[in-house]
Design a protein around this ligand. Structure first.
Ligand SMILES: Nc1nc2c(ncn2[C@@H]2O[C@H](COP(=O)(O)OP(=O)(O)OP(=O)(O)O)[C@@H](O)[C@H]2O)c(=O)[nH]1
Ligand SMILES: [Mg+2]
Length: 349
């Protein structure tokens, strides 16, 4: 009698465990993990912000306060960097603006997070100086963010005590990632987990901890960086760094047979830049015209040549990650492509 009931209990337990295993394996098979890789400043976190906006219903309110403080601090820091660049280039501002610049230097060094009324007026006044605007055109030499101009233009709105950042402000705000960001959402019956890591050199040794169970890599390249130098090592061209990073990671033992989506990002900046900064000054092997289409094709081929092998597919998209409408379409197409490849991997198609 005792042995019969213990057998029944055992059977029941086995049933429960088997059920659990089945559910777990179903869950696992419906979970898609994507890792977003690429060099620093290429637009990885911006992509995740768009995913929050598009798939999670927006940027959470509690994040907005954090962005507000960072945006204000960035305005002060970027203006300080711009004024230092003007000094380096020996550019003379008007007498009045020179005085403001000196005052700005003495008041804000070491106290960069206070966008006071005075600071707001000074930024506004300095940014109206055509000489300083010319210095801004040389920004890539001085590691001044492209987005600085957007925020200088908006300084009055941003200094308002009731200011709440808009999605566009948040998409333009630069905070280099340290550690890892994860966005999770449900879409098309799948549970998506998208992992964003820091792209600067010091961050890359942490990447390997997030490589398990990855279905697909999204590799982000900033097309506009072909004439820029690395923030962490000014002797290295950013596009060269991106090519060598792509080679090292996607051809590593972890990812050699994984499908990969390359997002050629910052297309808006690239389209403006290529008209003014000839591509072959930085890539002498380029013999095409200085137009957007030839330039896009040139870099696409460079990456495809490095990454192609017969075990996997590489898909390419050209993006402007701060443009939500455009990114909606790209994300839809990227997601469908990932699902299709995921099903193939699982042996369903
Ligand atoms: N104009 C323009 N700016 C962009 C685009 N994509 C990203 N940015 C801006 O570029 C900056 C860097 O973007 P992030 O998303 O922080 O770059 P990241 O790859 O996450 O950088 P790390 O965290 O350092 O690895 C931000 O200020 C973004 O607003 C784009 O397509 N066009
Ligand atoms: Mg980031």
């Amino acid at each position: 009698m005792g042995s019969k009931s213990s057998k029944r209990r055992k059977n029941k337990r086995t049933q429960i465990i088997e059920e659990q295993l089945r559910t777990d394996s179903l869950k696992k098979s419906q979970q898609i993990k994507v890792i977003v890789l690429g060099a620093g400043d290429s637009g990885k976190t911006t992509l995740l912000k768009q995913m929050k906006i598009v798939f999670q219903g927006g940027i959470p309110e509690h994040d907005k306060k954090f962005f507000r403080d960072t945006i204000r601090a960035n305005i002060i820091n970027n203006m300080l960097t711009l004024l230092r660049a003007a000094e380096d280039l020996d550019v003379h501002l008007s007498e009045e603006n020179e005085k403001i610049a000196q005052f700005f230097f003495s008041s804000f060094i070491g106290d960069s997070d206070s966008l006071t009324e005075t600071a707001r007026d000074q930024v506004y006044q300095l940014w109206s100086d055509s000489q300083l605007k010319q210095v801004f055109e040389e920004r890539s030499k001085f590691q001044i963010a492209d987005q600085a101009g957007y925020f200088f233009d908006e300084v009055k709105r941003i200094a308002d005590p009731d200011y709440i950042p808009t999605n566009q402000d948040i998409l333009n705000c630069r905070i280099p990632t340290t550690g890892v960001n994860v966005v999770e959402f449900h879409l098309n019956n799948y549970h998506w987990q998208v992992v964003d890591v820091g792209g600067q050199r010091s961050e890359r040794r942490k990447w390997i901890h997030h490589f398990d169970d990855v279905s697909v890599i999204i590799f982000v390249v900033a097309l506009s960086e072909y004439n820029q130098r690395l923030f962490e090592d000014v002797s290295v061209n950013r596009m060269h760094e991106s090519l060598s990073l792509f080679n090292k990671t996607t051809n590593s033992e972890y990812f050699r047979s994984k499908n990969c989506i390359i997002l050629f990002n910052k297309l808006d900046l690239f389209a403006r830049k290529i008209k003014e900064v000839p591509l072959n000054q930085y890539f002498p092997e380029y013999h095409g015209d200085n137009n957007v289409e030839s330039g896009k094709e040139f870099f696409k081929q460079k990456f495809l040549t490095i990454g192609s092998n017969h075990q996997r597919h590489i898909f390419a998209h050209f993006t402007c990650a701060i443009d939500t409408e455009g990114m909606k379409l790209v994300l839809e197409s990227v997601n469908l492509c990932i699902i299709e490849n995921f099903l193939k991997d699982q042996g369903f198609v």
